[in-house]
Design a protein around this ligand. Structure first.
Ligand SMILES: CC(C)(COP(=O)([O-])OP(=O)([O-])OC[C@H]1O[C@@H](n2cnc3c(N)ncnc32)[C@H](O)[C@@H]1OP(=O)([O-])[O-])[C@@H](O)C(=O)NCCC(=O)NCCSC(=O)C[C@@](C)(O)CC(=O)[O-]
Length: 324
């Protein structure tokens, strides 16, 4: 369905997500490994390793790489080297390097180092909002409003991407009703986020819960305003991504080597592995602009450095074929 219906589902504004090759739909991948992937690592990953990792990712053809976060280092010590990472990576003009910010303090720090894109985050569930950001969901939206207001005086050209966490399930509150997601999504879009990434933070979503949630969202916005962000705890990520693709979403977040988890979502594993996602998309006839071999090399590099076997099945299957 995905390949055949892609053009008929495609809203006008999403045309930029497609190459001019009319036969191949384009899916944009937002690589979140350096931020979402590494934030939960218990042992400090040396800053020069992070920089080399991001530089390798920059060579793969990815268009967007979330490189760090400007959150409180008391809450997430692993991201405490944000300034050094952001300023020392070799940036390519064709790539966006968003950073995650939780409040005006984070925004000011991000802008001071030259960030051109930030990601803000809210939760569809009260429980996760309190554990992750020490505030209610409404207070979280209010903080985002403050961030947006501040960008007007700091840098009005800054691009702002929004995340909603726990879109189908929360480690503290259980199942999340689609209405909670729709409400937050409407707020973030009205504040000016150019895109909302829907986070299945603990990977509990199934095809049916994802479909219900996205279909509700499509009553208030269009698919080109949405992205999907699936953790793979229950092995449902690729299926859930296919569900999102079938409903017209063309931006997918992923983490090379399947790195990651959230420090405030105990037990959640990493995002869908970028290598597995690219392999699947290319196999479906979609274009990503990503060189799978280079991606596998970047995934292997970081897995070796953090001394963890890759969680990417494609990496496991193909690394030897390419490199040994
Ligand atoms: C929101 C806060 C700050 C509230 O934390 P708080 O403790 O309520 O805030 P506070 O204002 O009292 O600040 C506490 C201390 O942190 C400092 N501080 C405050 N802000 C900053 C900042 N920006 N940068 C640097 N320092 C900061 C502040 O100055 C103070 O320092 P002190 O006076 O004690 O020395 C905290 O809860 C926080 O940083 N939370 C972030 C947690 C996080 O990063 N979680 C992971 C990312 S979200 C995620 O992974 C989900 C996602 C996006 O991937 C999608 C998905 O999968 O669903």
């Amino acid at each position: 369905m995905f390949a055949n219906t892609v053009r008929s589902l495609l809203p006008r504004r999403a045309q930029s997500h497609f190459k001019r090759n009319l036969h191949k739909p384009f899916v944009k991948i937002v690589e979140v490994g350096p931020r979402d992937g590494l934030q939960n690592e218990p042992t400090h990953v040396p800053t020069d390793v992070k920089i080399e990792f991001i530089n390798k990712l920059s060579e793969t053809g990815l268009q967007s790489i979330e490189v760090t976060s400007f959150v409180s280092p008391k809450w997430v010590p692993q991201m405490g080297d944000n300034t050094e990472v952001f300023t020392k990576i070799a940036k390519k003009p064709s790539i966006s390097y968003p950073v995650l910010v939780p409040n005006v303090k984070g925004l000011e720090a991000a802008v001071s180092v030259g960030a051109k894109e930030i990601a803000v985050f809210a939760s569809a569930s009260e429980g996760f909002s309190r554990k992750n950001t020490n505030c209610s969901t409404q207070e979280g939206v209010n903080r985002i409003k403050e961030i947006v207001e501040k960008t007007k005086s700091l840098d009005s050209t800054l691009r702002i991407r929004g995340y909603i966490s726990c879109v189908v399930g929360c480690p503290y509150d259980g199942y999340i009703q689609p209405k909670a997601v729709t409400t937050i999504c409407e707020s973030l879009l009205s504040l000016g986020c150019y895109e909302i990434s829907l986070g299945d933070t603990i990977g509990v979503g199934t095809r049916s819960t994802m479909e219900k949630m996205i279909k509700d969202l499509l009553k208030i916005t269009s698919a080109d305003k949405l992205a999907i962000h699936c953790h793979d705890t229950y092995g449902q990520a690729l299926v859930n991504i296919c569900t999102a693709l079938d409903l017209g979403i063309r931006v997918v977040d992923s983490s090379v080597s399947g790195l990651g988890g959230c420090p405030y979502a105990a037990g959640a594993t990493g995002n869908v592995a970028s290598e597995d996602l690219v392999y699947m998309l290319h196999g479906m006839g979609a274009e990503t602009g990503v060189d799978l071999k280079k991606l596998i090399s970047a995934g292997h590099f970081i897995s070796e450095k953090i001394k963890k076997p890759t969680a990417s099945r494609v990496n496991k299957a193909m690394y030897k074929k390419y490199f040994q």
